[in-house]
Write a protein that binds this ligand. Structure first.
Ligand code: C2O
Length: 602
C-alpha cells in the first residue's frame, strides 16, 4: 500500500479559478451505480493521481455549472420593525454560571448608557493585516513573542475588570454564546449566536476587536491573529506555539492525548480513538470532510444557518446551524477540549471556549472558510444573506480603547474593509478525489428497515428509504442551480446537554455502518453530519434546574444539500434514495421525528 505523507499532498498544484465548463463536459450517469466493490479494493492509494478536471466537473454538475452569472436575490420574509439585538443592560445568570463552573456571571463589565455606532472612519486600518497559518507563524520567533506578550498583558497586566482583559473578553463570548442577554424589548426571549445565521458575523466581529486589542497592548496596530489551518495537511495538528507550557498561549484544559496527534475532522469522542488510524488515511478523510462541508452547501441558508429574527423563541427549538458551524467548527472545539473535564472545557463548551487562546486561532480559520466559500468556490448562489433582518442585526463589543461599540452584521462582509486578509494557501480539499477505504473491506448490502415509524430513538443505525418528489427527477442544470434538493432530518434532543452530540448521514452508501471502525466513516455516500457542542445556555429564568433533567427536549433539524452528492454517486435519477442515520456520540436522548426531501433556493 503506497503511503502518503503530508508533504506529498503539500506539493499538489491546485487550480484556483474554476472556469466555465461547457455542457459537453457535463456527462451525467443515468444508471444507478452504487459504488462498486472494485473501488474499495483500489490499489492506487495516492491522491496525487487524482484527476482534478473530473472532480471539478463533478463539482460543477452539482452546482449546475455556469460560474459567474448574475446573482440571485436572497430575500426572506418582510423585515420586522426591529432587527435582532441584545439587551446588554440585562445580562443575566446562565445555566453555566448556575452550575458553579464559571464561578460568576458570564457578563462582561456593565455597558454605559451611551453606546456609539461603529463606522469605518472611526476604526481606520492603515495597513492590511495579514492573517497567517499558525503552523508557519509558530516558526517565526518574533511573531510568537509579540503574540504571547499581547495575551500575557491581557491576562495579567490589565485590571481584572478592564473589558479588554483576556478574562472579560472570554466572558463576552460566553454571554452571547450561552444566552446571557435577553433580546431587545423581549425580556422573555434570549439572544443566542449559535445554531442560526448570526454565527458567522458575530464571530468575525468578536475576532476583529480581539485582534485590535492585542495590537494595542503591544503597540503594533498591524498585529494579525494566526489561523489554525486544519484544512491543510500541514496544519492538521495543534500549532506548536500553543503547546509551550510556559507561554501565555498555553491552556492546561485541553485533551492531552491530542497534543501531538493529527486531528480527525470527523471526530466523535465516544466512538473512536484516532491513534490507530494512519496519518495518510486521516489526511484524506479530513480533506474529504472539508470538501463535502464546503462544496455541497451551495445556498446561503445551508452554509450560514437558519434565519433568526427578533422575537424568535429558541429556548425549546434549535433553529438550525449551517455547515460552517456544524463541521469542522464544532468538531475542532470538542477535539481540543479536555478529555476528562465535564463539558470538555475549555474548548468543548461554548461558555468556556474563549478561555483558551487557541479559540481565536480556530475561529480565524472558521472565518476564513466563510471568506473562501464566498470568493473561491464556484456557483452563483454563494452569496451573503441579504435579508434586512439579518443585515441590520447588531451586537455590542468593547474596542481597543475599552469603549463600547455597536456593530451591524452588514458591516462585517468585506474583510479588507475591516483591515485584514488571509494569506493564500493551497486548498487541497477543493478537488480531493472521493474517499475510498484504505484497505479491502467486506461490503454489506444496504437493507433499509421496512418498519421505521417516527419518532424513533437514534440508539442504533436507522436505515430508511425516502421517495423523492417527482420534480427531483430530470432537472436541468439551470433548475438545479436555481434550487438545491435537500435532505431534511428533524429530531428532538434533550435540552441541557453537557455533552458532545454527533450523528452522521449517508445516502446509498454501500457500507453497512452498523459497527464502523474509524476508517469507514467518511465514505462516498456521506451526505453530512450533525454535531452539537456542550451548550448550557437558554436558561428559563424561573426554572433553570428543570432544564438539566433531560425532561425538556429541544426540536432541531439538519438540512443537507443533495444535488452534488447524488450526481457523484450516480443515483440522481433514482426515485428512491436510501438514507442511513448513524449515531456517533451523545445520542442517548435523541429521537428522529422525520426524514424528508425539500428544495431551497436560498
Ligand atoms: Cu461561539 Cu466556536 O464558538
Amino acid at each position: 500500500m503506497a503511503s502518503l505523507s503530508p508533504s506529498t499532498i503539500n506539493n499538489l498544484t491546485i487550480p484556483q479559478n474554476p472556469q466555465i465548463i461547457s455542457n459537453n463536459n457535463l456527462r451525467l450517469r443515468s444508471k444507478k451505480s452504487i459504488i462498486s466493490c472494485k473501488n474499495h479494493n483500489n490499489k492506487n492509494e495516492n491522491p496525487n493521481n487524482k484527476t482534478p478536471i473530473l472532480d471539478r466537473r463533478n463539482m460543477l454538475i452539482g452546482l449546475g455549472g455556469l460560474y459567474g452569472s448574475t446573482l440571485p436575490l436572497i430575500t426572506g420574509s418582510p423585515a420586522n420593525a426591529e432587527p435582532m439585538a441584545p439587551d446588554v443592560y440585562s445580562c443575566a445568570l446562565t445555566d453555566a454560571a448556575w452550575e458553579g463552573s464559571v464561578g460568576d456571571f458570564c457578563c462582561p463589565p456593565k455597558f454605559p448608557r451611551e453606546i456609539k455606532e461603529f463606522s469605518f472612519s472611526d476604526y481606520p486600518s492603515p495597513v492590511l493585516k495579514n492573517r497567517r497559518p499558525a503552523h508557519l507563524a509558530s516558526k517565526d520567533p518574533e511573531y510568537v513573542r509579540d503574540y504571547s506578550r499581547a495575551i500575557r498583558i491581557m491576562r495579567t497586566d490589565l485590571a481584572p475588570f478592564d473589558p479588554r482583559s483576556f478574562y472579560q473578553q472570554s466572558k463576552i463570548h460566553c454571554a452571547y454564546c450561552d444566552a446571557s442577554y435577553p433580546q431587545l424589548n423581549n425580556p422573555d426571549k434570549r439572544m443566542e449566536v449559535h445554531g442560526n445565521w448570526l454565527f458567522a458575523s458575530f464571530h468575525r466581529w468578536y475576532l476583529y476587536f480581539f485582534e485590535r486589542i492585542m495590537g494595542k497592548m503591544i503597540n503594533k496596530p498591524d498585529f494579525a491573529l494566526p489561523f489554525w489551518n486544519w484544512d491543510h495537511p500541514d496544519g492538521m495538528r495543534m500549532p506548536e506555539m500553543y503547546k509551550d507550557m510556559d507561554s501565555s498561549l498555553y491552556d492546561s484544559n485541553r485533551d492531552i492525548d491530542h497534543l501531538s496527534s493529527m486531528i480527525d475532522l470527523n471526530y466523535s469522542r465516544a466512538s473512536n480513538n484516532n491513534s490507530e488510524i494512519p496519518d495518510y488515511w486521516l489526511t484524506r478523510s479530513n480533506l474529504e470532510v472539508m470538501r463535502k462541508q464546503m462544496v455541497y452547501p451551495s445556498k446561503p441558508s445551508l452554509f450560514f444557518g437558519a434565519e433568526y429574527r427578533l422575537g424568535d423563541d429558541n429556548s425549546n427549538r434549535d433553529l438550525g446551524a449551517g455547515a460552517l458551524e456544524i463541521s469542522p467548527h464544532n468538531i475542532v472545539h470538542d477535539w481540543t477540549g479536555s478529555g476528562t473535564i465535564r463539558g470538555h472545557q475549555d474548548m468543548g463548551s461554548f461558555w468556556s471556549a474563549g478561555r483558551d487562546p487557541i479559540f481565536y486561532c480556530h475561529h480565524a480559520n472558521v472565518d476564513r472558510m466563510w471568506h473562501l466559500w464566498r470568493t473561491e468556490l464556484p456557483g452563483r448562489s454563494r452569496v451573503n444573506i441579504r435579508d434586512q433582518d439579518y443585515l441590520n442585526a447588531w451586537f455590542v463589543f468593547y474596542d481597543e480603547n475599552a469603549n463600547p461599540v455597536k456593530v451591524k452584521v452588514k458591516d462585517s462582509f468585506d474583510i479588507e474593509k475591516l483591515g485584514y486578509t488571509y494569506e493564500k494557501v493551497e486548498l487541497p480539499w477543493l478537488f480531493q478525489p472521493r474517499v475510498r477505504p484504505s484497505r479491502p473491506m467486506i461490503i454489506t448490502p444496504f437493507t433499509p428497515d421496512e418498519t421505521v415509524t417516527f419518532p424513533k430513538a437514534l440508539d442504533s443505525v436507522i436505515k430508511i428509504q425516502v421517495r423523492r418528489p417527482s420534480k427531483s427527477l430530470g432537472r436541468t442544470i439551470e433548475e438545479k442551480e436555481e434550487e438545491e434538493e435537500i435532505l431534511v432530518i428533524e429530531f428532538e434532543l434533550c435540552h441541557a446537554d453537557v455533552q458532545f452530540v454527533k450523528f452522521d448521514v449517508y445516502v446509498n452508501d454501500p457500507i453497512d455502518h452498523s459497527n464502523d471502525d474509524e476508517d469507514t466513516k467518511v465514505t462516498p455516500g456521506m451526505a453530512g453530519t450533525y454535531t452539537s457542542l456542550s451548550h448550557r445556555g437558554m436558561p428559563n429564568m424561573s426554572g433553570m434546574k428543570n432544564m438539566t433533567s433531560g425532561e425538556v427536549k429541544r426540536k432541531s433539524s439538519l438540512r443537507l444539500a443533495l444535488n452534488l452528492l447524488l450526481a457523484e454517486i450516480g443515483v440522481e435519477n433514482d426515485d428512491i434514495i436510501e438514507v442511513a442515520l448513524v449515531p456517533r456520540s451523545g445520542t442517548e436522548c435523541l429521537d428522529i421525528t422525520a426524514v424528508k426531501i425539500e428544495f431551497t433556493s436560498d
